[in-house]
Design a protein around this ligand. Structure first.
Ligand SMILES: Nc1ncnc2c1ncn2[C@@H]1O[C@H](COP(=O)(O)OP(=O)(O)OP(=O)(O)O)[C@@H](O)[C@H]1O
Length: 327
């Protein structure tokens, strides 16, 4: 089942491809129309991580995932998945990778269970003797046991997405690749998928998931890569990425207009007033001086501090632009 062939010995992760489940070097895709969708991508996804692939719509995430899965050829550069080159080793690699890309393909007239049975039967590496048991376990895993006998066309979007995840879980996987797994779900459905992703990761499966939702990445991912216009802007542990951005200075005061004026005089950038909260970019200089200036100007300071930077702050700091491109 998906073992390395004699002609292409499997490299241990850490050799030649660097220490990663997914490693790309100068990976580039230019579509026929001339669109440079992915530009010189250097990605390293550590084993056991929940890796968020983050970027606004059109930043090249799906194109990258399609190259990783061997669905399209890169224009130049290399992609290794589980230590082997793609798309050349797709036949050996893909059985050990569970993927959910661009929504699950389902037969509406079949029940959820029958969809999985059929899907599994189409997989030449799947053992028919264990099929029913594996399908039942996957349904249980995603919380669809009670609805397993219902026709898939009667499923909600969230249930369809869960069924798609179940199809990725029919066999033990070292890597799960999920393209926008919460797209189109309501907040409850999103929470459920996030919980599921965390559970899968706690079993040791590396999860690579793309998202255009910053808070989603912050909530579930240990690591992230940030894309913008086909290029990698940053990657690393989520905590370090967020720490790379300065937080925001927050002043709580009944005198917000005066506070804003003083902060601006003190050279604080991006001062924003919202009710009694005045915020600005945290300065590099001593905050005690800023506080003293507020007090000296007669501003009644009720609260003063720096809020931890979010990944969104990091993104804005890195790209100089907001994240909401197309929702
Ligand atoms: N088959 C294609 N032919 C030509 N251009 C394409 C093709 N697929 C995508 N593109 C372009 O490549 C760029 C990257 O698209 P891609 O779908 O990879 O981005 P994305 O980050 O996954 O965005 P989304 O979240 O909207 O899917 C976009 O400018 C897109 O218009």
């Amino acid at each position: 089942m998906g073992e390395a062939s004699a002609t292409e010995p499997e490299r241990r992760d850490g050799e030649a491809t660097g220490d990663g489940v997914v490693v790309t070097r100068a990976l580039t895709k230019r579509y026929r129309g001339g669109q440079l969708a992915v530009d010189g991508l250097q990605l390293t996804v550590p084993e056991g991580s929940v890796f968020g692939f983050l970027g606004p719509n059109g930043s090249g995430k799906t194109t990258t995932i399609r190259m990783l899965m061997g669905l399209i050829e890169p224009t130049s550069g290399t992609a290794h998945v589980l230590g082997r080159p793609m798309p050349r080793s797709a036949r050996a690699v893909l059985p050990r990778v569970g993927a959910l890309i661009e929504g699950p393909a389902l037969y509406g007239f079949l029940s959820g269970r029958d969809n999985l049975l059929r899907y599994d039967a189409a997989d030449p590496t799947a053992d028919p003797r264990t099929r029913r048991a594996r399908v039942a376990a996957a349904l249980d895993r995603v919380g669809l046991t009670a609805a397993a006998g219902k026709k898939a066309k009667a499923y909600s979007l969230g249930m369809k997405q869960r069924l798609g995840l179940a199809s990725a879980l029919l066999q033990p996987r070292r890597l799960l690749v999920l393209d926008e797994p919460t797209n189109g779900l309501d907040p409850q459905g999103m929470r459920e998928i996030r919980t599921l992703v965390r559970e899968l990761a706690s079993d040791g499966t590396t999860v690579f998931l793309s998202s255009h939702l910053l808070d989603e990445i912050e909530q579930v991912c240990t690591h992230a890569a940030v894309m913008a216009r086909g290029r990698l802007i940053a990657q690393g542990p989520v905590s370090e990425l967020a720490a790379g951005a300065r937080g925001r200075l927050v002043v709580t005061t009944p005198d917000p207009a005066d506070a804003a004026r003083v902060l601006e005089e003190q050279g604080i950038a991006d001062v924003v007033v919202a009710g009694e909260r005045v915020t600005g970019e945290a300065p590099a200089r001593d905050l005690a001086e800023v506080n003293a200036a507020l007090v000296a100007a007669g501003v009644r300071v009720r609260g003063f501090g720096v809020e931890r930077a979010s990944l969104e702050d990091a993104f804005v700091a890195l790209t100089g632009e907001g994240f909401d491109v197309a929702g």
